[in-house]
Design a protein around this ligand. Sequence first.
Ligand code: IPE
Ligand code: IPE
Ligand code: MG
Length: 244
Amino acid sequence: MDIEKLKSNGVPRHIGIIMDGNGRWAKNRGLPRTAGHKEGLSSAKRIVAAAASLGIEYVTLYTFSTENWKRAQEEVGYLMGLIKGHLRAEFEFYKKNGIRIDHIGDIEGLPEDVRNEILKAKDDTKDFTGTTCVLAINYGSRDEIVRGIRKIAKNADISSEDIDEAFVSRALDIPGLPDVDLMIRTGGEKRLSNFMLWQCAYAEFIFTDTLWPEYGEEEFFSHIGQFQGRNRRFGGVPGQEARS
Ligand code: IPE
Ligand code: IPE
Ligand code: MG
């Protein structure tokens, strides 16, 4: 894959990734599901570094959903430990690749040590100027929208006329986070599982059967190439002027 060519064809500004299939990857090998999550972390680093090499502005990784608390305590505990340990250990990786960490999701609903680690990583990397890697942890899109509406409702100075799409966007977890251009889901399922419903209004979707631990740079670059071949019309007809 010619990276320079990919870059010159215009890369997506914001890529969302539903990193699915860790458990099945492990099961296929007779390993515990947790081994799949460990391997999945290596994939995440690989893909974030690849995104940084392409100059992509935002990559949002679906790391732990508001629904994932339904899983066994052992698995949830392992995932929380993995997130915390990774954030603590990987400052050099972020620095080398110029990666800024940010977060979406209900941070108040996370264990205090995990919450503190996220806030620390965000602060430590705030001056890096490459790709922003947004970690969606304890994230559910409906939950994000509900919390946003609550913020709006609590502000007595706001009248209903103030509320438009830009206003609602600003009430979400990262005000000014651009819309998702490309949404990739690994692991074969074809659903959003409550991920960035608002931000994906006009996203292009790519679903691959590849399990997340096996997802590599080559497939990622080929998905970006596929995205570049899509015809994004945003409801218009090419060549037609808007009616005034
Ligand atoms: C995705 O992999 C990672 C998380 C949800 C944290 P899964 O754990 O959902 O893997 P499968 O879908 O069971 O294979
Ligand atoms: C979505 O995967 C959540 C993450 C990747 C973190 P799930 O495996 O939880 O989604 P469902 O259960 O297949 O919808
Ligand atoms: Mg899954």
